[in-house]
Design a protein around this ligand. Sequence first.
Ligand code: UT7
Length: 329
Amino acid sequence: MSQIRAKITGVGKFLPDHIMTNKDLEDLVDTNDEWIRSRTGISERRILKDPDKGTSFIAEHAANDALNDAGLDASELDAIIVATVTPDYLFPATACLVQRRIGADNAYAFDLSAACSGFLFALTNGGNMIESGRAKKVLVIGADKMSSILDYTDRTTCILFGDGGGAVVLEASDSEAGIIDYVHHTQGDDECMLYQPGGGSINPATVETVENRLHYLRQDGKSVFKKATVGMADVSLEIMERNNLSPDDISWLVPHQANLRIIDATARRMGVDKEKVMININKYGNTTSGTIPLCLHDWKDQLNEGDNLILSAFGGGLTWGAIYLKWGK
Ligand code: UT7
């Protein structure tokens, strides 16, 4: 019996209309367009301004777009995984809200929290469900409303992130295409290099936590930068070696979009030419769980049957990983 593979059969995305440029940020904090572009590669990012709309709104629209692309009805789904660090509520899971809104009556749904590696970890989990034979169709979504946890008085973090998300439909297939391999790592971050201090069980919301701005994302940018540059390249090389892939064998590198310098360093160490690297950080900034499916969507018309894709990410946790998948819809 041939191996069941989990193949991506649909890709969708949602981006809010409102564009926040680097110039707009100059009005909020002591920064400038030149600094942001040269240090990060970001020119603008999208912001979901409506306070009544949360991450589930992004996820729901990306989900419907992906289902449409796959030609699938939501009722056919067996499971939904939403990767996010900005859920609508601590509970219920954002995936449950999406499940109801898209009418996925036969799917069970849950969130997965692995920061910027969230989409990769979720894709692996969805893939494993299918490869085990327990599920046939799984929707994997990466979505974040990062503006809801950004401190727009902190120039070291607020310039980096944007809102948005993407989704893929995974289906069982007996073809060569699909998820071939993955390598994932975690190194528990005792030093809290990248985290949101308030709102959980250690610092539940009080007047003091709000006054001390604990409900915003905090990052030791320099330390995370060093770890990310090494981690993303190492794990990408690890998956290449395990699968005997030379740089020429790789059709596309699909990197998490946190900083153009991290992406460039990863591609360089892999020996992959820049033309084969998906980069849209200039338009969207770092959308956390959204970056990789947003890349897949932006490049989907350029992907061909049999293309070898390496997906690679690094994020809070600390978490990092890579997925090797063979394209084929
Ligand atoms: O997706 C999850 C993983 N996250 C990441 O991978 C992000 C990793 N970190 C980074 O991308 C970079 O560390 C940053 C973009 C956040 C910062 O870049 P950097 O080259 O590491 O800058 P830095 O922190 O060393 O700061 C250099 C200078 C400092 O001033 P002094 O101390 O040299 O006077 C900062 O205060 O730049 C200053 N600075 C800014 N200046 C203008 C920091 N932020 C800004 C800003 N505008 N927005």
